[in-house]
Design a protein around this ligand. Structure first.
Ligand SMILES: *Cc1c(COP(=O)(O)O)cnc(C)c1O
Length: 356
């Protein structure tokens, strides 16, 4: 159990208007959680304080060598006013796996979840209630040692901030256009691709800019060695429905083990689908499309939950999926997952945790 000191914000902000469309990640609540780590002492001084800038030495290691990790999850308000988190234990576990990869100190899982719960409770008025909205939770750890040598930092800060967010697609599920990247790569096995680290995103930007210039919203990555096997999309894992089976790249060390991915696999299996976690090449996807067997493509991630893909571009080849519309399975997954998250569908998996 953390002993969390609380300093309330005496100058609270105005809550966003109920009809504010809440663009992703632009508004932040009145408080933040912060805790320090010092080598020899461990994590200490857990506190919730008014949301404010942090003061760091310009030589703090995070600025120079990018030792940083983050997480992302959401809190939802149910119709009867309860507050639910979705599988926060999975975020706690993934945090520690990321920390191991980046040589950062781990955080006891129960402390991680406790910190989130205490902060969400204090800022619970900020959880929006309109359909499709939620409170996005962003925990992250940065290396703060003031030192320009290269080694793991001896000092860190663990911080949690909260942001009310709207539905990813204001008009409901909207199929996206995706660019298959065959020049740049995001990560390779043996690198940090399976860590939720800012560094992976820094490495992704130039491909994303290129895709945007071509009129595509996101990049689908191929493996870093052969430029052949499917990896994942931007901040989402990817699924294909081919001739009735649900296929997704196996966790191979270079893709992020998504919690939405894990949940989707479980649901599909329980609904009787054959689910295959395996290598899947872009040639296989293209071939399935040519034969009319590529029935659905969708991304999975906390932000959008399910993101149907209507159009894939691979070099000169364009694949139109489901006539650019939403697939039946994509829709069913979205309805069930968001239903469980909002407490509207019975949570037979014990995935939700109430914040009391
Ligand atoms: C966070 C993330 C995902 C999705 O993970 P969820 O736990 O489902 O939100 C997928 N890919 C990358 C690169 C990510 O950072």
């Amino acid at each position: 159990m953390l002993d969390i000191k609380i300093e309330f914000n005496s100058n609270p902000k105005k809550l966003p208007d109920k009809d504010d469309p809440l663009k992703f990640g632009t508004i932040f609540t009145d408080h933040m959680f912060i805790m320090d780590y010092t080598l020899g002492q461990g994590w200490h001084d857990a506190r919730i304080i008014p949301y404010q800038p942090i003061c760091l030495d310009p030589s703090a290691m995070v600025f120079h060598y990018g030792q940083e990790m983050f997480e992302g999850l959401k809190a939802y308000k149910t119709k009867d006013g309860r507050i639910l988190l979705f599988r926060p234990d999975m975020n706690a576990r993934r945090t520690n796996r990321t920390c191991k990869i980046l040589c950062m100190p781990e955080i006891p899982e129960e402390d991680f979840v406790q910190a989130i719960m205490e902060l969400v409770k204090i800022d619970k008025e900020w959880i929006p209630t309109k359909k499709g909205t939620s409170l996005y939770i962003r925990p992250f750890i940065i290396a703060t040692d003031p030192f320009l040598g290269v080694r793991p930092s001896n000092m860190y800060k663990f911080i949690i901030i909260l942001s009310p967010v709207g539905p990813y697609y204001p008009e409901g599920l909207d199929p996206v256009k995706i660019w298959i990247e065959d020049t740049y790569v995001r990560a390779v096995k043996g690198g940090i691709g399976e860590a939720k680290a800012g560094g992976n995103y820094a490495a992704s930007l130039r491909a994303q800019v290129k895709a945007h210039e071509e009129g595509y919203s996101q990049v689908l990555w191929l493996d870093g060695v052969h430029r052949k096997y499917i990896e994942e999309v931007g901040a989402m894992n990817i699924f294909f429905k081919i001739n009735g089976a649900v296929v997704t790249p196996m966790l191979n060390g270079s893709i992020l083990p998504g919690i939405t991915r894990d949940s989707v696999i479980r649901l599909c299996k329980d609904w009787g689908y054959e689910v295959q976690e395996r290598l899947i090449s872009i040639d296989e996807v293209y071939d399935a499309h040519q034969k009319g067997l590529l029935e659905e493509v969708f991304g999975t991630g906390t932000a959008a939950v399910i993101s149907p893909v209507g159009h894939l571009r691979w070099g000169d080849h364009v694949m139109q999926i489901n006539d650019g519309g939403i697939g039946k399975l994509s829709q069913k997954l979205y309805d069930n997952l968001t239903g469980i998250q909002l407490g509207d569908v019975p949570d037979i998996y014990d995935w939700t945790v109430e914040v009391k």
